[in-house]
Design a protein. Structure first.
Lengths: 158, 522
């Protein structure tokens, strides 16, 4: 669920950073932990991470922007990820992705105007023999067809 | 009498309702006061039958599938009675699709409870480590080398040689790194084994640690695999409390411990040097080689970096002997390969077999063709960087060298099947698009070439000066193939050029033969 994240709080952010700062090569671990708590990596956290890990702000910003997972703003209330890789393409995923885009009125990579649903592509959930597949707020769904994709979209819109 | 019922917790089974089925069993059993014990096992790999439920009986395990929650009450009746049911598949081990496999690496996957060290041991687990603890480092290395095991991640580099290089390096610390960044579409073997038999990966890595003198290992798992992350973490905790990780492993003088690290959605981090950068907390930018990771790897220390399946093959080799492993296979491809049948396929799943089986057998006979029932037109072998093969090449045996000889690769063993509705020019464009999005940006052929490739293929799709633009694509692929730093830019030409070579008609324009210079590019 993307609902239920904590609002950004400097002290809480510092606490999360301190929890992992002692690990070898901690940057990704820290960024993941921040996103898990706040739903995204708030901008004020970047210099704090840099300070804690003895890195430059530019280095941390560079890591943050390199990886697709990290968000600079909160996602919609629900995140619907559609697998767009070859195995799902072979199983009719293109058509289903277009259908989801049409139903939600946004293209992949965007959030609906009411901020309810973020629709994203994902490149392989590893469910390639039960394709096409999707993930709604961390829940996996395979063997998608029109009825299942419609149900997922409707669930995300609620 | 308590009935023991197996309901997989494998992500592919969960994605098609296994959790709901498990819940339905609990509720139905509670409602009628029946005693049942539900074991959440891994998947047997017969994905079209998932959720596949099994009942433990004196005749062996009996399979039923695919099960949906409404089937559960009648299934419980059947299980308590004579066992007859419309979804009954018979004794699991006798199902032909499973029986004709040679399961060395996946022998326990779907059989054992992946959370239980005891169950792992009861099915032959940790015998490889026990034997390794009685051997010298050189003896272990000799076993791994003579087994003929080659890196299962795709590159096919001999594992024994890699380990020996690390063993011979001297340093204050060494590392074992498991590459579980299984980003290739059509592949899911790493995920399945981590979820279904995580201890075999731990055991393999532990043996590697002992062989080369490393005391710390990392498993880098992609973030798209939350179930695998959870399973590996649980298994590490269990192994630690059983004294099989940490100090004095199994009562010996050896020390080895493991930590899971989670990726963040960058495909290129499956490339070993990019993965090391990521583990060190940096952008996943590919490193130039040399130095090899075996000399200067994680944190600049000598490191063994292998794919999940390479480590998972080790316990069998140490337990049953290098020869037992090497007796399977063909040519320089020894042992077995867990092959993954995916995409538009009727009987998709995990099929472990000795090298040498042909592509046609895999797709038509074992896979049963497409699930749409249409003609198979193309198969992509080896992920997004693998070549598209037409039916004319279905006699190619599954073997590193045989695929290379036909300008393809077996990669991580994934086979994605497409029916005759596929538009190969679009697939070629997708390969370039994917490379453009996922390029780490370090080298120009990959970073710029992929973007120019997308633009050029778009012109071809629009019918603009097709012959000339095809020549540009051919030239571009040549530059990417020979000028890129790693396999992302270097292998993206495989899907593009194979689509052009074997499916020229989809590219429009003059339907003459593919440009003559095409041959030179390959």
């Amino acid at each position: 669920m993307t609902v239920g994240y904590e609002p950004w709080d400097t002290a809480r952010g510092a606490e999360i950073i301190a929890e992992h700062a002692g690990l070898e090569g901690a940057t990704l671990v820290v960024l993941h932990a921040l996103q898990e708590a706040f739903g995204y990596v708030p901008e004020p956290a970047i210099p704090m991470v840099a300070e804690a890990l003895n890195l430059s702000r530019a280095e941390v910003h560079g890591v943050f922007t390199f990886y697709h997972d990290f968000r600079k703003a909160p996602a919609g209330r629900h995140v619907l990820k559609l697998c767009r890789a070859e195995a799902c393409q072979a199983a009719g995923g293109d058509r289903l992705a277009e259908r989801a885009e049409a139903k939600l009125g946004v293209s992949l990579g965007n959030t609906t105007a009411d901020e309810r649903v973020t629709l994203e592509p994902i490149y392989c959930l590893g469910l390639c023999a039960t394709a096409p597949s999707a993930m709604l707020d961390g829940r996996l769904v395979g063997r998608l067809d029109e009825a299942r994709i419609d149900a997922l979209v409707a669930e995300a819109q609620r | 009498m308590t009935m023991r019922i197996y309901v997989p917790r494998d992500a592919a089974a969960v994605a098609v309702g296994a959790d709901d089925v498990a819940l339905a069993f609990e509720q139905a059993a509670a409602a009628r006061g029946a005693g049942i014990e539900i074991v959440r096992n891994g998947s047997r790999g017969l994905c079209w039958l998932e959720p596949m439920v099994e009942l433990s009986t004196t005749q062996g395990r009996i399979a039923f599938g695919p099960v949906a929650p409404p089937d559960v009450p009648s299934l419980l009746d059947a299980m308590a009675g004579n066992g007859q049911h419309a979804l009954r598949l018979g004794v699991t081990d006798e199902i032909p699709w499973l029986k004709r496999q040679t399961r060395l690496t996946f022998v326990r996957c779907g059989v054992v409870d992946p959370r239980s060290v005891d169950d792992y041991r009861a099915h032959g687990g940790y015998r490889g480590l026990e034997r390794a603890l009685t051997l010298t480092s050189d003896q272990i290395l000799a076993d791994v080398t003579s087994s003929g095991l080659r890196g299962r991640g795709g590159a096919g580099f001999p594992t024994g040689i890699k380990w020996k290089t690390v063993a011979q390096a001297s340093a204050d610390r060494k590392y074992i790194v498991c590459n579980a960044d299984e980003g290739d579409s059509g592949t899911f073997a790493d995920r399945m084994i981590m979820e279904g038999d995580p201890f075999v990966v731990i055991e393999g890595m532990t043996i590697a640690g002992i062989a080369v003198g490393a005391t710390k290992g990392y498993i880098y798992i992609r973030s798209e695999y939350p179930h695998a992350v959870e399973a590996m973490n649980a298994a590490i905790v269990a192994a630690r409390s059983a004294g099989l990780l940490g100090k004095r492993i199994g009562g010996s003088a050896h020390e080895f411990d493991l930590e899971v690290r989670v990726g963040a959605g960058a495909y290129v981090c499956g490339e070993e040097t990019s993965l090391l950068e990521s583990l060190e907390g940096r952008r996943g930018i590919v490193r130039a080689k040399p130095p090899l990771p075996a000399h200067k790897g994680l944190f600049g220390r000598p490191s063994v970096i292998n794919n999940v399946l390479s480590f998972a093959a080790i316990p069998f080799i140490l337990d049953s002997g290098a020869k037992a492993y090497a007796d399977f296979g063909m040519g320089r491809s020894r042992g077995t390969m867990p092959i993954q049948l995916a995409g538009n396929i009727k009987f998709g799943g995990l099929f472990e077999t000795a090298f040498g089986v042909t592509l046609g057998e895999l797709v038509d006979e074992i896979g049963g063709g497409t699930f749409t029932g249409r003609e198979v037109r193309a198969v992509q072998v080896g992920g997004p960087l693998g070549a598209y093969f037409p039916r004319a090449l279905f006699d190619t045996p599954f073997d590193y060298e045989a695929f290379a000889a036909r300008d393809g690769l077996i990669g991580h063993g994934g086979i994605v099947v497409f029916d005759d509705t596929v538009d190969m020019v679009k697939q070629a464009r997708f390969a370039m698009e994917f490379c453009a999005v996922e390029s780490c940006g370090k080298c120009t052929p990959c970073r710029i070439g992929s973007t120019r490739g997308v633009e050029t293929i778009n012109r071809i799709i629009n019918g603009e000066r097709v012959a000339e633009n095809l020549a540009v694509i051919e030239d571009l692929c040549n530059t990417m193939k020979f000028g890129s730093l790693c396999a992302l830019g270097g292998f993206t030409p495989y899907p593009v050029m194979s689509a052009l070579k074997h499916f020229r008609e989809d590219f429009g324009g003059d339907l003459g033969p593919a440009p003559a210079r095409l041959q030179a590019a390959e």
